[in-house]
Design a binder for this molecule. Sequence first.
Ligand SMILES: *Cc1c(COP(=O)(O)O)cnc(C)c1O
Length: 454
Amino acid sequence: MNSIPYKTYLDEAELPTQWYNLRADMKNKPAPLLDPATLQPITAQALGRVFCDELVRQELDDSTPYIDIPQAVRDYYKTFRPSPLVRAYNLEKHLNTPAKIYYKFEGSNTSGSHKLNSAIAQAYYAKEQGLKGVTTETGAGQWGTALSMACAYFGLDCKVYMVKVSYEQKPFRREVMRTYGASVVPSPSMDTAVGRKILQEHPGTGGSLGCAISEAVEAASSIPGYRYVLGSVLNQVLLHQSVIGLEAKAALDKLGVKPDLIIGCAGGGSNLGGLIAPFVGEKLRGEADYRILAVEPASCPSFTRGKFAYDFCDTGNICPLSKMYTLGSSFIPAPNHSGGLRFHGMSSTLSQLYHDGLMEAIAVEQTAVFQAAEEFARVEGILPAPESSHAIRAAIQEALRCKESGEEKTILFGLTGTGYFDMYAYESFHDGRMTDYIPTDAELAQGFAALPKV
Ligand SMILES: *Cc1c(COP(=O)(O)O)cnc(C)c1O
């Protein structure tokens, strides 16, 4: 008998009652957002024209360590949380490693990813403010799906600008969103001034997250009763996602297990920021130490090849500027790169932690990621999202390193979602058509050249 169960669930009553705001324990706070008009730290008033009031407060609050989760949000959480912490016995056996591998699985809700944790919070605050609806962008589609579910639950309109390549590659994602009542527009579109401008400059472009964000922000600021919501990158999103880490830590504490290494995939940084939050809190307070590893795609390598600088979060340069590891807001990842993790920048909180040496990052190539995804699916059963599979890839590599060295490390990684809507990507992998694209230094230099001079 194994003394540690395959799956550990907390009780419903143990669902966290508060989110944890990692910034409160950071000595070097993430740099403030800048107003694009003045290049000065942005005021709550200016942010409030784009975002919901309570979310603005959360965005700017870098001193309150714990923030209550509203009861209505907790009640919705109970429909799909606490999520399981899984001991990957089958993967360990398959790899023949002495490492102990755990993953926190966020894919068991209908939207298929961790994004629902923040979507439901953001929709709640929009409803509380008496708004009519929200706009957003979606890349791979998970955020749009999660937000559609959340808006349906609270009776809000939801307008989603979906990156055009995904809109075309993932018609079923689109239909899920429409099932929940959202309207879905391929981006860039002719709906907005910024969309028309981008289409004129780059005819036939498949779009990018940065471009869809510009369109969604423009739409939110021009339709009365609407605000814009974002599914990653922002501090408020990391705050909501801390529920992942709080649950994971509570479950591990119950088992008496302390991870040595915590791994997560990094697109805008929200799942990783949420997973590591309580662990990094301990690290910052000097109570414990953990190795933290971010895994990003080699085709969009913001941490490993980006610059730590102020940059726009969107292609249209209408959003506030954030100090982050960035490839430049004009950087558009190669279209062969499947789905998520395509954002040019990174959460300012994670960027600061990385800059201060509190975490590490690696970039992995696409075909290696799908190899890991398939290996994992065959032994653990879960069909992982391509994004999540970046973390799987790194966890497998670390476990194999343990096999060589004989170390019995404990590894925790975030399994952020399922890949049922990514079957075209799996198909191109199986057919041997998938390629790895690594941008050249010259290509990256173009993005850096366009960084704002702040
Ligand atoms: C969106 C998404 C990610 C990446 O976003 P982060 O903000 O970096 O967490 C990772 N995995 C899945 C399944 C996603 O949907």
